[in-house]
Write a protein of this length. Structure first.
Length: 167
């Protein structure tokens, strides 16, 4: 894609080229299922419609539609964007796996950190109040970590929620 940015539309200014590339990318993404020629004709129709409505995306583009070189370069840009989207779609399962693995690793790191810290006063108070509320015998909390207390609180809440579902 970087190569195309340097070679296509050499007669346009830097701002024109940048805005055209961005708009075409989103337009192709919107109409991905269609062929490049269909996307081009839709793009031309859209731009002419907005030009007639006196609200064009690009004021300079209407005369360019008569230029054969411009249309060929536009087709190249559309095809390249379609390839990029297809590649991104093909990589989606791998990216999802990487995200899941990273999430799991963050969770393990957080649990490891919690296992090395003593419980907070809020945790101790919350555990005490839960035990009183549900008439549960408190287990000794000395030498327990934040993670241990978190798991104990979670277990009490889960058991209570299951008890409500059964009723």
């Amino acid at each position: 894609m970087y190569y195309l940015k340097n070679t296509l539309f050499s007669d346009l200014t830097k701002n024109q080229k940048s805005s055209l590339f961005g708009f075409v990318k989103s337009f192709v993404k919107k109409h991905y299922a269609k062929s490049a020629d269909e996307i081009l004709s839709l793009f031309i129709e859209d731009e002419q419609y907005y030009f007639e409505q006196k609200n064009p995306h690009f004021e300079w583009i209407i005369p360019e539609f008569e230029n054969e070189k411009f249309l060929k370069e536009l087709i190249l840009l559309i095809e390249e964007n379609k390839k990029q989207l297809a590649l991104k779609e093909a990589q989606k399962p791998f990216i999802e796996k990487q995200k899941a693995l990273a999430k799991e690793q963050r969770k393990k790191a957080a649990e490891f950190k919690l296992s090395k810290q003593p419980p907070t006063k809020k945790q101790l108070y919350y555990y005490d109040m839960l035990c009183k509320k549900y008439n549960i015998n408190q287990e000794p909390v000395e030498n327990l970590s934040r993670l241990d207390l978190k798991n104990m609180i979670g277990k009490i809440i889960d058991e209570h929620d299951k008890g409500i579902e059964k009723i």
